[in-house]
Structures are given as C-alpha cells and as structure tokens.
Design a protein around this ligand. Structure first.
Ligand code: SAM
Length: 313
C-alpha cells in the first residue's frame, strides 16, 4: 500500500519521486516543452518562483544536454541558470540561487546583476501566491506576480527569447494577454495534462521577444498598473484572442483521476520525497506538539506528520 494518501491519489506525485524530481510540477514544464520546444538550444535561463526546484532540475538537465551537443560543434559556453524564490531552496549543482520577492525592486536588481553583459534565452515563472481563499484577491496577486516576472524579463531576455509563466484563466485574463502581446508576437495559453482540470492555472508561452521600438526597460512603475483601462472598449488589434494549446496527448495520465498503485504494470514501491521541505511552515506546530505535556499519543503525532508532509505541490 502507499505510505501517504497522496501516493494513492496522484500519479504525477508518485512519478516525480520515482524519477527524482523535487515536485510534480516538473511534468508541467516537460509537457510544455514537448509541445512548444521551449528548451531547444537554450543556454541561459532564469527560473522565477523556483522552490522547491523541480523546474530548475529540468532546466539544469536540458541545458547541460544542450551544452554537450554544442561542444561537439566546438562553439559552446557553459550553461547559466539563476533561480529565485521567497523560500529558501536546497542547493542544486550549477544553479545560482537568490532568496527574495520578485515584486521587490532589490530582488529584480539582483537578478539583473547576474546578467550584466549577457542575456537570457528563456525566463520561466511558476509563481503562485499562498492562496487566501478570497478568489478575486488570489487572482489579483497572481497577475501581479506575472507582471513582475514580465518586467524583470524585459531587462534580461534576448531579442527572440522565450517567456513562460503560470497564469490564472480568470475573468480579466485577456487584459494580461494583451500586455504580453505588446512584447511577444506569439502568445499561447497552454494546459499540461499534469495540471489538474479543476485548477484555473494554465501557462502562457510567449515566443520571439520583440519589445516595441524605443521601449526602454525600467523599474519605475510595474507594467499595467499605471493606467487603468476598460478592456471592453478595446477593439481590433488591441483586443487579442490567444490560442489555447493542450500539452500532453491522451496517452498521458489525467491529473484529476485516481489510478491504482500498480497502474503502470509494475509492482508499487514507496519512495521518500526527493527533497523534503527545508523550513516547512508546520515545523513550529510539530515542535509544540512533541513538547506537549498531555496524553497526546505518539501515533497521533505520526498521523499528523504524515498528512502534513504529503502536502506538496
Ligand atoms: N516551479 C517550482 C518547482 O517546480 O519546484 C514550484 C513553484 S511553487 C508552485 C510556487 C512558488 O512561488 C513558491 O515556492 C512560492 O514561494 C513562490 N512565490 C510566490 N510569490 C513569490 C514572490 N513574490 N517572489 C518570489 N517567489 C514567490
């Protein structure tokens, strides 16, 4: 039997541990790449909102493969990956880590400083706020993360480069698409099959970075927020419908379905999480529980620990 209820429920969670990914999110990036080829030839990349680091793992693996291929033709520079998150992240070989808030100007400056005389081929952002439960608020914060990521991207992405970011498909999402269209001629909304249908998350894939002529990246005011407008008034080219792409064909498991533990024809073996949280928010609660001077039984604590530690992305 599976050790945690999440093992029994979620095939991508199980697969992530079997294949050595820190989070099931790795499959989202892999499936987007299968469909949109965002990692082909990439040598320098930035991973915004990166913890616990499964997208950085995917980037590290693919950029090193690209480097080896480039070495065969004799013209290659070692890959560069910069990963940023509010949370501390366990180290990953070859990945430069910054702990900070991407909506904060100092973090943005730190990221930009790593690209002093060079530019990135790809910027990815899987940023998600801690959900407040207030739907409109969560959607607003998510859109702010995306715009902060876009603002940083305008400083470091090379002409022709690619930007991929999580987006919530909510009421005013077309306004965000319109913003992205200013900088990228190709904007797709993708939904990897590893992303639950029940979730409003999707990922924008923006290709061929081409800022408007004369555009100068700046950190003075975040994009979009300085000039409110009523999107319904926009017409023609100013109002753009973004193509919707499903990534991962029907042979891929569906992330909303419960599969039996022997689903893939092999005997089930439990795997420990690849990287347990290094500073979990529940740590203090556990310490308090363990020090309680009551008849709270050890087995009760184990059940709670088991449930809490299975709560990953
Ligand atoms: N892509 C990651 C992976 O594969 O391991 C998972 C990212 S997780 C879904 C979302 C992350 O966004 C969290 O680690 C959270 O700390 C981060 N985040 C949320 N708001 C942020 C902000 N303002 N600045 C930096 N990181 C942020």
């Amino acid at each position: 039997m599976g050790k945690t209820s999440k093992d029994k429920r979620d095939i991508y969670y199980r697969r992530a541990k079997e294949e050595g990914w820190r989070a099931r999110s790795a499959f989202k990036l892999l499936q987007i790449d299968n469909e949109c080829h965002i990692l082909d030839g990439v040598n320098k990349a930035v991973d915004l909102c990166a913890a616990p680091g499964s997208w950085s793992q995917v980037l590290s693996r693919r950029l090193n493969e690209n480097y080896k291929k480039a070495l065969e033709t004799g013209n290659a520079t070692p890959p560069k990956i910069v990963a940023v998150d509010l949370q501390a992240m366990a180290p990953l070989e070859g990945v430069i880590q910054i702990q900070g808030d991407i909506t904060n100007i100092n973090t943005a400056k730190q990221i930009i400083s790593h690209f002093d005389n060079e530019q990135a081929d790809l910027v990815v952002c899987d940023g998600a706020p801690d959900v407040t439960g207030l739907h409109d608020m969560d959607i607003y914060i998510q859109s702010q993360l995306l715009l902060a990521a876009l603002n940083i991207t305008t400083h470091i992405l090379r002409q022709g480069g690619t930007f991929v970011a999580k987006i919530f498909r909510a009421k005013d999402v077309t306004l965000l698409y319109a913003q992205l269209k200013i900088f990228f001629p190709y904007v797709y909304c993708t939904k990897p099959s590893s992303s639950r249908n029940s979730s409003i998350e999707a990922f924008v894939v923006c290709k061929d970075y081409s800022p408007p002529e004369g555009y100068k990246p700046h950190m003075l005011n975040p994009l979009l927020t300085h000039k409110p407008c009523d999107f319904d008034e926009l017409t023609g080219i100013n109002r753009v419908i973004v193509p919707f792409v499903v990534c991962g064909d029907l042979s891929q498991p569906d992330s909303d379905t419960c599969y039996p533990l022997n689903f893939e024809g092999k005997e089930y073996t439990y795997h420990e999480p690849v990287q347990t949280p290094i500073a979990p928010p529940y740590q203090e609660a556990l310490t308090l529980l363990e020090n309680r001077d009551t008849d709270f039984r050890r087995s009760d604590v184990n059940v709670i620990v088991d449930n809490l530690s299975s709560m990953t992305i």
